[in-house]
Design a protein around this ligand. Structure first.
Ligand SMILES: [Zn+2]
Length: 299
C-alpha cells in the first residue's frame, strides 16, 4: 500500500484491481497514434503498457483521504458480486478490497464521506454490499456525495437513455439507489466546499455531471481527477479521449484545463486508472504537458 502527504493530509491508494484495459489502445483512446506510443515505450513498459498483450495498463482503485476532520473515500471501484454481463473486469467480482481498506487503517464505519466523481460502474461498486439478498450502503456512517446532474442523467426512471443501457441501469439500481433510499446521499450542485481544505468542482466531459476534488493543505495541493484523464499518455496528448467519454468536446477542454491547473498551482494529480506509481506532478511541455511520477511511501 502507498501513501502520499499533502501538507498534513494523508492520501492512501486502496487497490481493487491492477490489470489491462479491455480493448487495444486504438479502440481505447480516440485519436490514438501508435507513433506516440512507440516514442514513449521506454517508460510505458511495463507499468503503463504491455507490448505482449497490446493493452494499456489500467488500475482501479480508491483514494482514502484522511484530514484532521474527515476520513474520505474517493471513488468506489467495481465492487463485489455485481451483475455486469459483458464487462469481464467488473462482473461478479470477489476481491479483498474491504480487507485492504482495513489494512490501510480504515474500517467501513470510519468513513464519514464517500465521494463519487461520476456514476459509471467502476466508480460506485463499493458504495453498497449485498446483505441478506439486499444491496445496502457499505459505509454506515458516511454521507455519500453525488453530483446532482450525474444523478439525474444516471437515473433510468428519469432518463430513457440510461434505462436503455443495461450496464448503467444495473449500476444505478444496485450501487446508487440503495444509498439514496437509505437517506445517506447528498446531491451537490456546481462548486461545493467540503471544508476549508477541500473543494468539489464540476468537470464535465467524461460524463455530463463529472466532478473533481481539489485539496489544499499547508501550501500543498492535489487534484483528484476521476476519469477526466485515464492514461498517462493523455498528459502528452490531452486531445485524446477515452472511448467512455460521453461529451468529447467538453472532455478535451476539461482535461486541458485540469492539467493547466496542476502545472500552475503545482497540484499533484491523483487519477483513478493510472498504472504504478499512480500519481504524477505535471509539467508544461510545449503546447501540452508531461508527467513526472511521484511514488508514495510504503504504508
Ligand atoms: Zn473509470
Amino acid at each position: 500500500m502507498a501513501t502520499w502527504s499533502i501538507g498534513e493530509v494523508s492520501v492512501t491508494r486502496v487497490e481493487e484491481q491492477l490489470g489491462f484495459a479491455s480493448f487495444p489502445p486504438e479502440q481505447h483512446l480516440d485519436g490514438f497514434e501508435r507513433a506516440v506510443l512507440e516514442r514513449h515505450l521506454a517508460w510505458l513498459v511495463p507499468d503503463h503498457y504491455s507490448p505482449e498483450h497490446n493493452r494499456l495498463v489500467s488500475s482501479v482503485h480508491s483514494w482514502l483521504i484522511r484530514t484532521r476532520s474527515h476520513t474520505i473515500l474517493l471513488d468506489c471501484c467495481a465492487g463485489n458480486h455485481k451483475q455486469r454481463p459483458g464487462f469481464a473486469r467488473f462482473h461478479q467480482l470477489d476481491t479483498p478490497y474491504l480487507a485492504r481498506l482495513r489494512a490501510a487503517g480504515a474500517a467501513p464505519e470510519d468513513i464519514d464521506i464517500v465521494l463519487c466523481t461520476h456514476l459509471h460502474s467502476d466508480h460506485v461498486g463499493w458504495n453498497t454490499i449485498l446483505r441478506d439478498g439486499r444491496w445496502v450502503p457499505t459505509f454506515p456512517n458516511a454521507r455519500y456525495l453525488f453530483s446532482r446532474t450525474e444523478n439525474e442523467i444516471g437515473d433510468p426512471r428519469r432518463n430513457p437513455k440510461a434505462a436503455a443501457d443495461p450496464q448503467r441501469c444495473n449500476a444505478y439500481h444496485d450501487s446508487v439507489l440503495p444509498v439514496i433510499e437509505a437517506g445517506q446521499a447528498t446531491l451537490v450542485d456546481g462548486g461545493h466546499a467540503i471544508d476549508d481544505a477541500m473543494l468539489i468542482e464540476p468537470a464535465p466531459g467524461h460524463t455530463p455531471g463529472h466532478i473533481v476534488l481539489k485539496l489544499a493543505d499547508r501550501g500543498e495541493r492535489a487534484l483528484f481527477s476521476g476519469d477526466a484523464i485515464h492514461h498517462p499518455l493523455q498528459v502528452y496528448m490531452p486531445q485524446w479521449n477515452s472511448r467512455f467519454c460521453e461529451l468529447p468536446t467538453e472532455a478535451r477542454v476539461t482535461r486541458r484545463r485540469l492539467l493547466e491547473y496542476c502545472t500552475e498551482d503545482k497540484a499533484l494529480l491523483f487519477p483513478i486508472h493510472f498504472g504504478a506509481p499512480h500519481v504524477a506532478a505535471i509539467a508544461r511541455e510545449g503546447d501540452a504537458f508531461s508527467p513526472q511520477f511521484v511514488a508514495g511511501r510504503a504504508s
